[in-house]
Design a protein around this ligand. Structure first.
Ligand code: ADP
Ligand code: MG
Ligand code: MG
Length: 252
């Protein structure tokens, strides 16, 4: 089964250290949630794992099935099976949703075994139906003029089409109404498998009512400071983060 091990990961932006030593171990079949106050480095963690050039990794290791992810280029990470559903997906004018996805899928395949156009369109249409997306989104420019909710559904569509081993979803629930949230959660749950692990970054317990985590981690000031089960998310929702700070003697 899939194995994902983050050890002592440190990362900086413009010389400022944001991640101060992240340790996290995930296996296929598991759902891990990361919660934490704003500005604690959750999105930085997601971006550093994907190899975003803005983030300089200064220490640590990230092994996906015993291969060092930190030595891989961005496209190699995607090919190895890492996927990030972003908090703020970018708009790309001139590239349609279907062009983008087809080249992303083909980039993950061996040369000569590219997905046929017919097969690709059929798969896309079926998945878009599951996500209650208008088929016209296939032909729209990537995320251009999409509403917040449409962008998030589109991220889930990409996840479904790419069939990754490790899925990182950064605040996929933000900007979603309850119906869209359920659709997105159903999409995630349909993708649960023994070979796939999920890292769900969220501010709100609400998402975790629909996507049930096995483990919940609290991130503060660039570190995972506490880990537990789903009950931890409920307590954070009810009481906020102050009790964690007090318990651990963390100053603001
Ligand atoms: P979270 O996702 O937990 O809200 P972020 O990872 O987005 O936190 O941000 C962590 C810290 O890094 C914050 O102090 C933020 O201001 C800073 N930061 C994030 N992205 C950038 C960037 N592109 N340039 C400069 N500072 C950044
Ligand atoms: Mg934030
Ligand atoms: Mg964030």
């Amino acid at each position: 089964t899939t194995n994902f091990v983050i050890e002592g990961l440190k990362a900086s932006i413009e010389g400022k250290e944001i991640l101060k030593g992240i340790n996290l171990e995930m296996k296929g079949g598991e759902i891990h949630a990361i919660m934490g106050p704003n500005g604690t480095g959750k999105s930085t963690l997601a971006s550093a794992l994907m190899g975003h050039p803005k983030y300089e990794v200064t220490a640590g290791s990230v092994l996906l099935d015993n291969e060092e992810v930190l030595e891989m280029a961005v496209d190699e990470r995607a090919r190895a099976g890492l996927f990030l559903g972003m908090q703020y997906p970018s708009e790309i004018s001139g590239v349609t949703n279907s062009d983008f996805l087809r080249s992303a899928i083909n980039a993950r395949r061996e040369e000569g075994s590219e997905i046929s156009l017919i097969r690709f369109i059929r798969q896309m249409e079926a998945k878009m139906k599951d996500l209650d997306m208008n088929p016209e989104f296939l032909h729209r420019y990537l995320n251009e003029g999409f509403s917040g909710g449409e962008k998030k559904r589109n991220e889930i569509l990409q996840m479904m089409m790419l069939d990754p081993k490790i899925v990182i979803l950064d605040e996929i629930d933000s900007g979603l109404d309850i119906d869209a949230l359920k659709i997105v959660a159903n999409g995630v749950n349909a993708m649960r498998s023994e070979d796939r692990g999920f890292l769900i970054i969220t501010h709100y317990q609400r998402l975790l009512d629909y996507i049930k985590p096995d483990f919940v981690h609290v991130m503060m000031q660039g570190r995972i400071v506490k880990s537990g089960g789903p009950e931890l998310a409920h307590r954070l929702e009810a009481e906020g983060y102050d009790w964690v700070k007090e318990e651990l003697g963390i100053e603001d």
